[in-house]
Design a protein. Structure first.
Length: 117
């Protein structure tokens, strides 16, 4: 079992920045990828960004390329999502995700990001 806890959401004005943090605990040794998804009201959950815990390319949704950056600490159990130039369409609940072998997913509880003036 892996527990994922997100923090860092909140209200920000258009053009502003936020950094989300996800801390993983428990059986983290078999995690293949960690990433961020988001779900806006009335929409499906979508991938924002992910990285491979043992190195490799990072993946971003086209809508956030050049504005968001995903990163991890050296111990691989904390990931960050630095979000810049935020727009109202970035408003959503952001979820941390970890993927394990055999298609198993772990999810955090989500953190609300609201971009509004």
């Amino acid at each position: 079992q892996v527990q994922l806890v997100e923090s860092g959401g909140g209200l920000v004005q258009p053009g502003g920045s936020l950094r989300l943090t996800c801390t993983a605990s428990g059986s983290i040794s078999d995690i293949i990828t960690m990433g961020w998804y988001r779900q806006a009201p009335g929409k499906e959950r979508e991938l924002v960004a992910l990285l491979f815990t043992r190195g490799g390319p990072t993946n971003y949704a086209d809508s956030v390329k050049g504005r968001f950056t995903i990163s991890k600490d050296y111990s691989y159990n904390i990931i960050y999502l630095q979000m810049s130039s935020l727009q109202p369409e970035d408003t959503a609940v952001y979820y941390c995700n970890a993927k394990h072998p055999r298609g198993v997913d772990s999810w955090g509880q989500g953190t609300q990001v609201t971009v509004s003036s």
